[in-house]
Design a protein around this ligand. Structure first.
Ligand code: TNX
Length: 543
């Protein structure tokens, strides 16, 4: 065997060694403007240099109210970095390599949710008028770090650094929402919490829970216990269903609140009420359920005397529009009041959603006074009423909100009454709509919604006569007739929600599909690290 020796001159070797050592100690830093942020921030300035996280880095808070945000942040940094990230009061004592969370007056135009994220060689500063702004700055910081930050697992040997610069950011709309239908299929609180965690990353700040429908009643009402005992006992397809106790619901509310997400409870009325009519015959005006998918309530099992008014059958199919509350019966209003009172009492958020959609078997002359009474009760219990766009047929209070999903004239009627609009056009944001004709899950009555179609639209040009001043924001509903698991939820929600989040947050003149799709591609590894079962749309060159 021939031994080969390379005679490398000593000075060259030294030079190579120095270069290697230098290269190893230099972290990989991407300039801020090269990072794919979603939603796109309002402004971004890049400076030379970078901030490097150190073992000794601390999270400092200017204010006690920011401690939970600091804890939240530390909870995802610690396991991945393997650093301690201790949290301390006071942002003004010296020390470098710290992350400082600070409440300060950053100007009215950045509002309650805006923030400044300032990165230099010594510090990362997250500054806002209120804790919500600091929280959204944390979400931006997450996206400035490599995708591995989302894995929750230790990454060793990495030098963690982010490029220097300043991001100034604030949302276009104060209401950026997702709706989850837990009535057609019931999803336990762990599912809801995971969804809350995932949507927070995209700065979504409302989660609307569709808590009742023909197939299921999902929230405990102490004064009407059979609603969950009977009405919560099944779901589409005939599975066992389920419901949230009031304690479960409060746990969800608190979990969401910790992430600056407001829960919006919906009880859909006077249609979409079969689960209530199956629980209490006295609420039933004598309707019957569609032939396929109905089954008798076991009266004996629930101790219901034969001579009580007959409840409807439970319903496990997916037809809509066949049920209604008895709008002439005073007991109906006792029921509605009890339900609104009990839910309002455990809902800190400002809204109560009364549904009001597809009441096809309620005569308009009955529908209108019903909606007006329900609206009244919502205000009586201290909440702001929201309803689907049909409620605009009734006389609305100016504070009330109409959720535009189908009929533009309804939305226009609402603003003509001085009410506000939440934008949820089925053709653009319905997350239960299939991506294309090959999608296995979902429906397509409104449209096939590929990623481009879900992104390329603008709320203020959707309905003539409805402009920026009438709109409170954008919400993406996920109806769950065909959705049964968390994986299926994720598949329909991602990646479309990221685009909806940007429509709600980023001004229209900063949005552009060709540029967005490149940014979205970079979120593929983030989705993967988070274990999200997302739809790999062929429109995106996933990384
Ligand atoms: C229409 S959107 C409905 C829901 C269905 C959905 C299915 C709305 C207010 N009503 O009851 O689940 O279509 O896409």
């Amino acid at each position: 065997m021939i031994e080969k020796t390379f005679n490398i001159p000593k000075h060259v070797l030294t030079a190579i060694l120095i270069t290697m050592t230098f290269a190893c100690s230099q972290p990989q830093v991407t300039d801020l403007d090269e990072v794919s942020l979603i939603p796109k921030p309002r402004s971004l300035d890049v400076y030379p240099g970078y901030f490097q996280f150190e073992e000794s880095s601390q999270i400092l808070v200017s204010d006690e109210t920011l401690k939970p945000v600091a804890e939240y942040m530390a909870a995802f940094l610690r396991p991945v970095f393997g650093f301690g990230f201790s949290i301390a009061n006071g942002v003004d004592h010296g020390g470098s390599s710290n992350i400082r969370l600070r409440l300060d007056n950053i100007g009215e135009e950045l509002g309650d949710e805006g923030y400044i994220l300032d990165i230099d060689e010594d510090h990362v500063d997250l500054i806002a008028n209120s804790p919500a702004g600091v929280f959204w700055a944390v979400q931006t910081l997450r996206q400035l770090l490599p995708a591995a930050i989302e894995s929750g697992k230790l990454v060793s040997g990495e030098k963690w650094a982010i490029g220097s610069g300043t991001i100034k950011d604030a949302p276009e709309y104060g209401y950026r929402g997702v709706m989850l239908d837990v009535a057609r299929h019931y999803f336990g609180k762990e599912y809801v919490k995971r969804l809350i965690d995932l949507i927070a990353l995209y700065k979504i700040n409302h989660l609307h829970l569709h808590l009742s429908d023909d197939q299921g009643w999902r929230i405990e009402i102490k004064s009407w216990p059979r609603l969950t005992e009977i009405g919560g006992s099944t779901q589409v397809g005939g599975g066992e269903g389920g419901f949230y106790t009031q304690e479960d619901y409060q746990e969800i509310v608190a979990y969401a609140q910790d992430r600056f997400i407001t829960i919006v409870p919906e009880i859909d009325m006077p249609g979409h009420t079969n689960s209530a009519l199956a629980s209490y015959g006295i609420l039933n005006p004598g309707i019957t359920v569609p032939e396929k998918g109905g089954f008798k309530v076991d009266l004996e099992k629930h101790g219901i005397p034969e001579n009580e008014p007959q409840p409807t059958d439970l319903y496990t199919g997916i037809e809509v529009g066949f049920s209604t509350l008895d709008t002439d019966n005073p007991i109906t209003y006792q029921f509605v009041e009890d339900v609104i009172r009990e839910i309002a009492a455990i809902t800190p958020g400002p809204y109560f959603h009364i549904g009001g959609d597809e009441s096809h078997v309620t005569a308009m002359e009955d529908y209108i006074p019903f909606i007006e009474k329900a609206q009244e009760l919502v205000y009586q219990y201290g909440k702001t009423a929201i309803g689907w766009d049909e409620i605009a047929h009734a006389s609305l209070k100016p504070q009330s909100v109409v959720q535009y999903w189908a009929v533009a004239e309804n939305a226009k009627m609402a603003v003509d009454q001085g009410a506000k609009v939440l934008i949820s056009p089925a053709k653009r944001v319905y997350l239960d709509m299939q991506y294309d004709s090959t999608t296995q899950l979902g429906l397509h009555w409104a449209a096939y919604i590929e990623v481009d179609s879900s992104y390329i639209w603008e709320p203020t040009t959707l309905v003539p006569g409805i402009g920026r001043e009438h709109i409170i924001g954008v919400e993406s509903p996920l109806w769950t007739e065909t959705i049964t698991t968390m994986e299926e939820i994720e598949y329909m929600v991602f990646p479309r929600l990221a685009g909806h989040a940007e429509i709600g947050w980023t001004a229209p003149n900063s949005r552009n599909w060709d540029e967005y799709r490149v940014r979205l591609a970079e979120h593929g590894p983030r989705f993967e690290a988070l274990g999200i079962n997302f739809y790999r749309s062929p429109q995106i060159d996933w990384k």
